[in-house]
Design a protein around this ligand. Structure first.
Ligand code: FAD
Ligand code: SIN
Length: 532
């Protein structure tokens, strides 16, 4: 058994930033970060384009960033949250610069700013095309400076502990569900440990692995969202899964390598099989329309031509500038025999970002007492029906600050709940066939990709739900009788994610942002939706 004042699940931008902030403020409190893989194996590490922030008020304005975010979010952003994130963003970005994060600068020492779909200005700070590697590096180094932060790698958190584990009936309408810590599988000895905390932060990232083709690394299995759903916490907006328009197309390869939208920001043009620059046919913003628009246009071009991809054309771009801004992309293309400056790059959409998640208030508090959520697993109200490019890293920084400020107000009044029992593994046996788990995962990913992709309809969604029901029953059976493994837990979590996406998609009788249903191609009246 482990006891920690503050427990943080996840070591991406959300978890590490929160840990550092808390450690600086409370050097006497114990802060434990649990992460299921190596510390740096996170979605954060793979971020390319950068972080959107208005820190040049001569050429940009908060109002423009707010407008761009609201337009992308297609009517479902919470304007209060959008304003908070945009206006508090610059201070938060300055903090991580002070902690050692390096963003590219020009010869005069000013920041170089990129542009991506949906942005009206060049405002994206970046580190070449490996912004995430740089941010994760700087945050890990900063976290290691604080002796009261303990990072435990290869600890898989299975469930959060609530009154349910003390034998009480907990339902979705129980008003005071409280988090006392977690049960976690220590992957070095395969024991399930009880970890008690006064306050817990869920920062477990996204869920791209629920689809067959995704830009997300293997860790992105929606564990935190599924845990909170099981604990009867509030989850919202799961139907809004963002597909990035331009993942490098390599048949059978997953995760897919991303070709950052910043390439289109610097002039890259999408072309179909016949070489036509098709985006102006779909939207006046052409290649720099928001992601939902571009991904749907590509999907339509691929369906019309019967191809698995379209092309990104960079042949007209300045070679030096390209190699300087996108060295990693240039090298990756070269490694598979494509000269990005001489040849077309095959690209296709891939599941990229989960806009919904654990519902929080403007302090990052979930509906469960003493449980906060931050980063991609949370739904703060910033993204609405479609996230504006490069707003995710910014949201994580702003909400890490807000969560920790709120925790600071309450920490002194909180105590451990020593009545929590140990994990009960009786009646389980070692798994006989791992293949049952891997096959079910493949089935799940196929169902989600074939029936719940970029363009949906009611029949497909109904089919998906009945396939998921079966997978759910089979997996729950395994879960009850088998010794836990991370693979089984991830499968179970991903089935929950699939269920939540389909449930949200079936409920939404309209097309909005990332959710497009051909049976309801128009937007419904928002006032009516709120009344329902
Ligand atoms: P993550 O960084 O994903 O960290 C999650 C952590 O939780 C990991 O440490 C993981 O091991 C841990 N974890 C998960 N489940 C468990 C469990 N059960 N037990 C223990 N630990 C667990 N956004 C931008 O704003 N700009 C960009 O340029 C950008 N580019 C991107 C490029 C790619 C290829 C991808 C995939 C995403 C990109 N995004 C970008 C999105 C952004 O990177 C992520 O949304 C953000 O980094 C998420 O940070 P996080 O801290 O919430 O989660
Ligand atoms: C990209 O670089 O295109 C990804 C940016 C993001 O997901 O916000």
């Amino acid at each position: 058994m482990l006891k920690t004042d503050i427990l943080i699940i996840g070591s991406g931008i959300a978890g590490l930033t929160s840990a550092v902030k808390l450690a600086r403020r409370f050097p006497d409190q114990t802060i434990t970060i649990l992460t299921k893989a190596n510390t740096d194996e996170t979605n954060t590490k793979y971020a390319q384009g950068g972080i959107a922030v208005v820190n040049d008020l001569e050429h940009d304005s908060f109002q423009k960033h707010i407008e761009d975010t609201l337009v992308a979010g297609d009517g479902l952003c919470n304007p209060h949250i959008v304003e908070i994130v945009v206006k508090e963003g610059p201070e938060r970005v300055n903090e991580i610069i002070e902690w050692g994060t390096k963003f590219d600068k020009d010869v005069e020492g000013g920041f170089m700013r990129g542009k991506e779909g949906g942005h009206s200005e060049f405002r994206i700070l970046h580190h070449k095309d490996i912004t995430g590697v740089e941010m994760e590096r700087a945050l890990i180094e900063e976290a290691k400076k604080h002796p009261n932060i303990q990072i435990h790698n290869h600890w898989f958190v299975v469930d959060i502990i609530t009154q349910h584990h003390l034998g009480y009936l907990v339902t979705r309408s129980t008003p005071d569900i409280t988090c006392y810590g977690v049960y976690a599988l220590n992957l070095t000895n395969n024991n399930i440990e009880k970890i008690l905390s006064k306050v817990t932060l869920m920062s477990t990232g996204g869920a791209g692995q629920v689809y067959r083709t995704t830009t997300n690394p293997r860790i992105a299995t929606g564990d935190g969202i599924a845990m909170v759903y099981r604990a009867k916490g509030r989850i919202e907006n799961m139907e809004f899964i963002q597909f990035h328009p331009t993942a490098l197309y390599e048949a059978g390869v997953s995760p897919s390598f991303l070709i950052t939208e910043a390439v289109r920001g610097d002039g890259g043009i999408l072309r179909n099989k016949n070489g036509e620059a098709f985006m102006p046919n779909y939207d006046p913003r052409a290649d720099l329309a928001p992601r939902d628009v571009v991904a749907r246009a590509i999907d339509s071009e691929m369906k019309k031509a019967g191809t698995e991809h379209v092309y990104l054309d960079c042949r007209h771009m300045d070679p030096e500038k390209f190699k300087n801004h996108f060295p990693n992309i240039y090298a990756k293309c070269a490694s598979i025999g494509i000269d990005a400056l001489q040849q077309l790059i095959p690209v296709a959409p891939a599941a990229h970002y989960c806009c919904g998640g654990i519902k929080t208030d403007d302090q990052g508090r979930s509906s469960i007492i003493n449980l906060y959520a931050c980063g991609e697993c949370s739904s703060t109200g910033l993204h609405g029906a479609n996230r504006l490019a490069s707003n995710s890293l910014l949201e994580a920084l702003v909400f890490a600050h807000r969560c920790t400020e709120n925790m600071a107000q309450h920490l002194g009044d909180l105590s451990f709940n020593d009545a929590v029992p140990d994990w009960n593994a009786s009646g389980t046996t070692a798994p006989k066939e791992m293949i049952l788990i891997t096959q079910s995962l493949k089935e799940l990913q196929l169902v989600m990709s074939d029936y719940v992709g970029i363009v949906r309809n009611d029949i497909r969604l109904d089919r998906a739900m009945s396939r998921l029901d079966l997978l759910h029953l089979e997996t729950e059976d395994l879960y009850k009788t088998t010794v836990l493994s991370p693979q089984l837990c991830e499968l179970r979590n991903l089935i929950t994610i699939g269920y939540l996406v389909v449930k949200g998609a079936r409920f939404r009788k309209e097309s909005r942002g990332l959710h497009f249903n051909t049976d309801y191609p128009n937007k419904a009246d928002l006032v009516q939706q709120i009344v329902q």
